[in-house]
Each structure stands twice: as structure tokens, then as C-alpha cells.
Design a binder for this molecule. Sequence first.
Ligand code: NAX
Ligand code: K
Length: 505
Amino acid sequence: MCDHFSAREALLLLTPEQMGRADRAAMEAGISGSLLMENAGTAVAMRAQEICPHGGHVLVLAGPGNNGGDGLVAARLLAERGYRVRLALLGSREKLSGDAAIAASRWQGGLEKLSAGIDLSADLIVDALFGAGLGRPIEGEVAALVEAVNACQRPVLAVDLPSGIDGRTGCVRGAAFKAAKTVTFFREKPGHILLPGRLHCGEIHVADIGIPDAVLPDLSLKLWRNHPGLWHDVLPVPDVEGHKYARGHTVVVSGPAHATGAARLAARAALRAGAGLVSMAAEEDAIPALAAHLTAVMIKKVDGAQGLAGLLSDARLNAVVIGPGAGVGQATCERVAACLQSEAAVVLDADAVTSFKDQPARLFDAIEARSAPVFMTPHEGEFSRLFPDLAEHADKVEKTRKAAERAGAVVLLKGADTVVAAPDGRAAISARDAPWLATAGTGDVLAGMIAGLAAQRMPAFDAACAAVWMHADAARRFGPGLISEDLPEMLPAVWSQLAAERCAD
Ligand SMILES: NC(=O)C1=CN([C@@H]2O[C@H](COP(=O)(O)OP(=O)(O)OC[C@H]3O[C@@H](n4cnc5c(N)ncnc54)[C@H](O)[C@@H]3O)[C@@H](O)[C@H]2O)[C@@H](O)CC1
Ligand SMILES: [K+]
């Protein structure tokens, strides 16, 4: 088994501001800024050599700060190794300061003035304009150069971040390079994973530049890349002596007779996620439709919100999903309230979230009054209905965190860069490219998977992260032509791989 702590540590993400603190802590520990820059430039040169044939032509675009300093170091090393290097600097050499000025003093080649019209004919363009210090949108001459580089079809190697990408939010500020590769230092930044930043980075390499891991605890970091290393060790694994009751009992609340499909998807997903038992709570009129389709899933007849509350008073039913196919309105609010009165973990999806758009405080108060976990799985539209004041926030991590804190729930803000946040501030960003997930019913499957994992008593934040990752992995395995019904059927393969990796650790 791998060291759980170190696997999680490797997945930590640092904002540019936190990276600056890590940098200063490393210097206080005796590692000079100049050495960090030399190591950063060395890592950039190494990646450049992978892209560019030996002796090839490299154009380095250097900015006025330390990102430019890294570019100056890489330029020197590549020239020493036989490459033809041209260097274009934004601003004047005299204005460089600190470590960047030292790097410039060691550069023996010529300096071109950076402009939109510079000759771009090179085998590789190194983007060392701006990194963590991007302080405003890229405009004017520099923006025109970025567009010209993006249009010229030559490979770009970005230093730290593609210039123009905000390292904290992943937003494009003005204009941004489209890189083939990005070399970053110490740890990834949120902007490498959040969209659209991720689409500008190409392949990401994280280089060790000598900052010791010992600086991490003082930074109190709470943001990770969502990857199995984050939750592997708490993934439920059935033991040989275990029976189905030990693996929990998930209840899915069905929609009315004409809308039972979404709940059936969630129920199937809960089973495949490993819940020992799954039951469908249904009103009488929905039962014929459900009975015609369900096999391993049991049907429990309930009568209104009160009937649901009665069913859920059995503490063995320890996870419940409500929302898929539920319909928007007061009846759903009453059923949600019944769920929240129970001691089960509650997953609020789709209509269960939207039904509270005019009375979010009622929902948050009911959540505050309970101790078992609550999950909410909004996409951007549902999020804006429940948290209208947060919806326009440019920082997806921050807005999900604020929503989680306000609601007292684990919030999953869905998208191709799904952010999971817990009320205590922990958050994780997913970077799974699975475009086939954009099809009807996949959200119902995700809700069921979360409840299936929660029923097995996986800690709430980890269960949400694992469900998001496994859901995307299932989609990626199936590939083109995916429909939501396929997702639960891919989960055995996802589980097998996770189990094999666990054994190999
Ligand atoms: N923090 C660390 O641990 C390390 C940082 N290093 C490098 O240092 C970089 C950060 O350096 P800095 O803080 O100097 O910041 P940057 O070099 O990213 O940029 C700051 C400079 O760019 C200017 N600027 C910002 N936005 C602009 C815009 N839109 N248009 C025109 N000018 C703009 C600023 O006025 C300032 O002069 C990192 O990205 C990384 O490449 C490395 O040298 C190694 C160690
Ligand atoms: K850059």
C-alpha cells in the first residue's frame, strides 16, 4: 500500500500566491532564488530538447519578471548545447531585477525587442512572458503577438503557465498562448486544470526545482487534483466475510409514473458502485412501470412525504438519492425535507436542488439541523438558481467552496472541470476529458454512484471525489456512442483497475 499522505501531497494544487509563499519558505530554508531559477530554466531546456531536434532553431519570448528569467536560463543552456537560439525581450534589459537580472547577465547572445511583428520562424517557441505574476489582461502589441504565435502552427513550450492564463482561475486574461507542453514547478496550479486554462496547457510536466516538501504543511493547503491517490485508501473494498447488509442500503426516490427512468439509472449506478442493497421508494402509480424494469432493485411503496419519512426512519437505509425525475415544486420540497429528517446520507440532485430556488434558506436550515452528510450535484444552471449571488464569480473553486460552506453540504459543481468542495474548505478539481458524458441521464448515474459509495460509509468528500472520477473513467472507457445506461455497466472495469492499482501499491 502506498503512503496515503504522500500520494495526497503530490496532488496538492497551489495558487500563484501560495506558490510565492512556498518559494519564500524555500529561500528561508537556505535555497537561493537564483538556484530555483537555474533549476526551473534547466527543466524548461530539457523539455525543449524533447520537442526540438538537436541544433534546431528556438525562439524564446522573455517577459520582464522571473518567468522571463526562467526563459533566459533556458536560452543560455540551449545555446550551450548547440541550439540556434533567438531571444526577444519585453521591455529593456536594464529594467530586469533580482534573479532575472542575474540570468540576463549570463546570457551571451543578442536580444531582440519583442513586438507583434517579430520573425516567428523557429522549430520551437518558448513562452516565458508571464507566469504567476500575470497581473492584468494581456493587451495591445503583446496580445497581437500571442495571436500571431497561435496562428503560426509552431509548437509552443510554456514556462509555468501559458502566458495569459490566470494560474488561480484558469481564465484567459486578454489573450493566451496555446501550448503543446507546459513545464511548471513544484506542484500544479488550479489554472492548469480548470477550463479553459487546461485546454491551453497541452501536456503538463511538473519539475522538481528544489523546493522541499517540508514547506507544505505551513501553507495549510486544501485543494487537490481529483485523482485516485486522493481517495484510494478509503475506497470501500468488500471483505470476504462481509454480507450485503455490511455494504449499506441505498434508497432512490422515484419520480411519478411518467418519469421513472432517471431514478432507475441512479438505482442501477448505486448497485454498481457497490451498495449492498438498493431500494426504490415509489408512489403507487409509479410501481407498474418500475416493476416492469427492475430486477436487483427492490421497490418500496410510499405514500407522500410522510410515507417516505416513515420508510427512512429505518436506520439501516443509510443513503438516499432524491431529484432525478422528481419534478420541480412543493411536493419535491416536502420529500426532500423528509429525507433530511432521516439519519441517512442524502444526495440532492437536479429537481431536488431547483425546487428550493425561492427558499434556499429553508434547505440550508434543514441541512444544518442534521449530522449525516448531504451532497448537492448542480450543474451551472442549477447552481445559479440556488446561489444566484455566487454564480458569476470567476473563480470556480472559490464559488463552490462558498456554496458548500453556506449550504453545509458537499457541493459538486459539474462540468468538464467538476469541482467538489466540502463545508470545511477542502476542494478537488477533476481533469477528466470525457466529452461523451454530455448526454441525457449521466447526472442521474453520478447521483446514484455517490449514494452507493456513501452507503458503504466512505467519507463524504472522498465519496464525491471518487464518484466523479469513476464516472468520467467509465465514460472514457466506453468512448464514442456512450449513453447513460452504459455507465453503470462500465463500473466493474473501473473497479478492477482501481483494485489492481491498490494491490500494486
Ligand atoms: N515562485 C517560485 O517558486 C519560482 C518562480 N519562478 C518563476 O517566476 C515566475 C513568477 O515571477 P514574477 O512574480 O516575477 O511574475 P511574472 O514573471 O510572471 O510576471 C511579472 C511581470 O510581468 C508584468 N506583467 C504582468 N502582467 C502583465 C501584462 N498583462 N502585460 C504586461 N506586463 C505584465 C509585471 O509588471 C511584472 O513585471 C513564475 O511563473 C516562474 O516562472 C521560477 O524562477 C522558479 C521559482
Ligand atoms: K509563460
